[in-house]
Design a binder for this molecule. Structure first.
Ligand code: SAM
Ligand code: DTB
Ligand code: SF4
Length: 322
């Protein structure tokens, strides 16, 4: 099969995922190099603009109110403080600023108006703006687009079959509906999942198949390694094998050749050579900065060494042309 000129079946995806590791990495690297400059890596910085106290029950998440974790709930940040963080992200070389809120869904209220103001401010700084705020309606997506939002992150997290082992308070269908609303508004879609929650290879294959079979594939595909947080139901999960991460990233790269594939949460638990394998297998985006949303991440000094050792450079912001 060539590089996915037709829609892949579940069997196609399984065959790719189960290719012997070195062949899989080699194939993914070829696809990566045909579509991207392999030395260029997108650097995104996350900011939790509203932390904790979330009504949902996502089993991996330290921000769910029902689990007893070290995260303390904080109200929605002021616009000024968010823009200060965005400016320092830009000055440290980031091109995308991603604002996350521990909400089930967006409500049409003053808080949403404030988020729209944050989006406008981030755009004025010359950054790509991304939000992840839970479920959104078509109208809310349209308003975010008008404010200048480039991307919206909403993950499917895992396969439809495994999903209800992790989350009960909303359905897979709910997630797909939000993704469709974002797409209709003309915002690019950032959608991926988590590896290491006890799911099988078949669950990862099904997730990758679903992502590649969306009406249009997501422009960004974040692949998170579970960060097991004390107090959550998944606290005792062991660190996922690097080969599971590499297989998932490589398969995503082959299935979605032009997308950005993000080596997302979990880099703190990986060596430099583990991360190098992920870049070789087609990852071309990371979250940088000391913190993800609530958990630690390799800081700028470590990432500078990583980039120097691998000859990587941060990619410039891609500003939408109207
Ligand atoms: N509340 C919004 C939502 O769930 O859509 C936005 C923020 S939520 C924290 C964004 C994503 O972060 C989740 O869908 C999940 O994929 C990822 N995530 C959350 N906690 C994680 C963890 N402990 N390890 C890895 N990924 C995690
Ligand atoms: C994504 O896929 N991963 C990011 C971002 N999208 C919002 C979040 C990772 C969160 C890890 C746990 C935490 O720091 O709270
Ligand atoms: Fe809430 Fe998002 Fe965490 Fe789920 S992942 S509990 S929706 S903050």
């Amino acid at each position: 099969m060539n590089e996915m000129s037709t829609r892949p079946t579940l069997e196609d995806v399984a065959a790719i995922y189960r290719t012997p590791a070195l062949d899989l990495i080699f194939r993914a690297a070829k696809v990566h190099r045909a579509h991207h400059d392999p030395s260029s890596v997108q650097v995104c910085v996350l900011q939790s603009i509203k932390t904790g106290g979330c009504p949902e029950d996502c089993g991996y998440c330290p921000q769910a109110a029902r689990y007893h974790t070290a995260v303390e709930a904080e109200p929605l940040m002021d616009v000024g403080a968010v823009l200060d963080a965005a400016r320092s992200a830009r000055d440290s070389g980031a091109s995308r600023f991603c604002m996350g809120a521990a909400w089930r869904e967006v409500k049409d209220n003053r808080q949403f108006d404030r988020v729209l103001e944050m989006i406008r401010g981030v755009k004025d700084l010359g950054l790509e703006a991304c939000c992840t705020l839970g479920m959104v309606t078509e109208d809310q997506a349209r308003r975010m687009k008008e404010a200048g939002l480039d991307a919206y992150n909403h993950n499917l997290d895992t396969s439809e079959e495994y999903y209800d082992r992790i989350i009960q308070t909303r359905t897979y269908r709910d997630r797909l509906d939000t993704l469709a609303n974002v797409r209709k508004a003309g915002i690019t879609v950032c959608c991926g999942g988590i590896v290491g929650m006890g799911e099988s290879d078949d669950d990862r294959i099904a997730l990758l198949h679903t992502l590649a079979s969306l009406p249009e594939p997501p422009e960004s595909v974040p692949i998170n390694a579970l960060v097991a947080v004390e107090g959550t139901p998944l606290a005792e999960r062991p660190n996922v094998s690097i080969w599971d991460m590499v297989r998932t990233i490589a398969t995503a790269r082959i299935l979605m050749p032009t997308s950005m594939v993000r080596l997302s949460a979990g880099r703190l638990g990986m060596t430099e050579s583990d991360q190098a394998l992920c870049f070789l297998a087609g990852a071309n985006s990371i979250f940088a900065g000391d913190k993800l949303l609530t958990t630690p991440n390799p800081g700028p000094d470590r990432d500078q060494i990583l980039f120097d050792n691998l000859g990587l450079t941060p990619r410039a912001a891609v500003v939408a042309v109207e």
